[in-house]
Design a protein around this ligand. Structure first.
Ligand SMILES: *Cc1c(COP(=O)(O)O)cnc(C)c1O
Length: 460
């Protein structure tokens, strides 16, 4: 039986003559199609050897091969649908760009541009000039520059201001962010000597004052953006730190993390310190991420006093940490929205999703549920209230009231369903809560609803 089926397995040359395969070759690299045919034949050979096939259907072999071709030709880095409700999902690419930012990226990616060219003088220009004024305007800082990410920003700041010198940090602020960023390690790497002061829960102004020596390079404050400690705690305020720094003529540096540029407490959220506030309070240098609460591309933004920013611009490290034209284009497009807060909230997807009311999310859920129910009757869809998270190590204790669609089925466990949706033609990333599969409406877009329905229809 087996040997007869094995004999019937088509050869690659034979399959190559098929019309559909020829079409696939017209639209895909030939090597890739041949590879898919070879993989398909191997797959069916294994199935036959394992006695899992009784009749060999050539159509089935072809369709398996053509599916494989489209899978192989997909980009590795590709779109997924985020149904987790976590808005700034670091594993799913953090912030989505607003329209203006996307337009800018497309323009500079496909055209020559004035990246380092001064159109007025016809001479060489600086890539940072395009956004420095805008960052200054939005944050109120004297000067600004941008590097690859906030980790790079801190490294550059410490390398410039504290190399071979001591950087004083509270023990309560020696944070780890997402595993790849640990304050003590970044500091070691930068060549600054870490001087830990205070305790995990309490650090006083005298802890800073008593540890200042001739070797002190900076007083560093790190915003503990991804956790909160409660109870018997004490932190030195920015004002006090700035006063001490001014007295001793030592720059005060703050890593504010998320890059919050609007006051979220106005919208019912816990207050998160803004970049503008730190600048107003006289902090010498502030660093923050471009792709967290700011809602732009991956970038590390450094703002503060001109004398310090100028030193950083001259640092050789800046060349190694410099950002690409696409980042600049995206950042300019994003920051322009901030010239008007309402525009920012309307057009920057991260802000928009975080501030979207639960009633709005419910409307989205109802619309999607209707579409799902119309086409699919082998799953149960129900709407329920739940909570979303901001994510990206931002506002860790904030639970945003939301609405979700719960999916149940007699045939699949929530874990199986989660895997099937994750590995389908378009990946839908869901969460499981209380042993139920959940699609959170907060991070879903109307434009993806048909795709979501299609993904569910594919599950039989
Ligand atoms: C996220 C974060 C960082 C790292 O920023 P990246 O832009 O991811 O490099 C550093 N410090 C704080 C406080 C953060 O929240």
């Amino acid at each position: 039986m087996n040997s007869e089926l094995l004999r019937k397995l088509p050869k690659i040359d034979e399959l190559l003559k098929e019309k559909e395969v020829q079409e696939a070759i017209d639209n895909n690299p030939r090597t890739l199609v041949v590879e898919a045919l070879r993989d398909t034949i191997n797959f069916f050979r294994q199935e036959i050897l394992k006695d899992r096939i009784e009749i060999l259907d050539k159509e089935e072999v072809l369709s398996h091969a053509l599916n494989l071709v489209s899978k192989k030709n997909q980009s590795n880095l590709r779109k997924v649908i985020n149904a987790t409700g976590t808005v700034i999902h670091t594993n799913l690419g953090r912030s989505l760009l607003g329209e203006k930012a996307i337009e800018n990226v497309i323009t500079v990616a496909g055209s020559y541009n004035n990246l380092e060219y001064d159109i007025e003088t016809g001479k060489r220009g600086s890539r940072y000039s395009h956004i420095e004024e805008l960052i200054k305007k939005v944050t109120g800082a004297e000067a600004a520059m941008v590097v690859n990410n906030n980790a790079a920003a801190i490294m550059l700041v410490l390398d410039t201001l504290s190399k071979g010198k001591e950087a004083i940090v509270s023990r309560g602020q020696l944070v780890e962010i997402g595993g790849s960023f640990r304050v003590p390690e970044v500091m070691k790497f930068s060549g600054a000597k870490l001087v830990e002061i205070g305790t995990t829960n309490r650090t006083h102004l005298y802890d800073y004052a008593n540890n200042i020596t001739e070797d002190t390079g900076v007083l560093l404050k790190i915003h503990t953006s991804n956790f909160k400690i409660y109870g018997f705690t004490e932190e030195v305020s920015l004002e006090e730190l700035v006063t001490l720094g001014n007295e001793k003529n030592i720059p005060v540096v703050e890593d504010i993390g998320s890059g919050v540029l609007i006051d979220f407490s106005k919208y019912g959220f816990t207050y998160e310190p803004t970049v503008q506030e730190s600048i107003r309070k006289g902090v010498d240098v502030v660093t923050f991420s471009g792709d967290k609460m700011l809602g732009g591309p991956q970038a590390g933004i450094i703002v503060g006093k001109k004398q310090y920013i100028d030193l950083m611009k001259k640092n050789q490290l800046t060349r190694a940490l410099r950002i690409d034209k696409m980042t600049l284009a995206a950042l300019e497009g994003t920051l322009k929205y901030y010239l008007d807060e309402t525009e920012a909230i309307r057009n920057i997807p991260s802000l928009n999703m975080i501030l979207c009311s639960k009633e709005e999310v419910k409307k989205k859920c109802i619309k999607l549920k209707k579409k799902l129910q119309r086409d699919i009757d082998w799953f149960n869809f129900t709407i329920d209230s739940d909570y979303s998270m901001v994510g990206g190590g931002s506002m860790p204790t904030e639970k945003i009231p939301t609405f979700v669609i719960k999916v149940t089925s007699d045939k699949f466990s929530p874990q199986e369903l989660e895997r099937i949706l994750r590995t389908g033609e378009t990946s839908i990333i869901c969460r499981i809560s209380n042993n139920e599969l959940i699609l959170d409406g907060r991070t879903l877009f109307d434009k993806d609803f048909d795709t979501i329905v299609q993904c569910f229809s594919n599950i039989k």
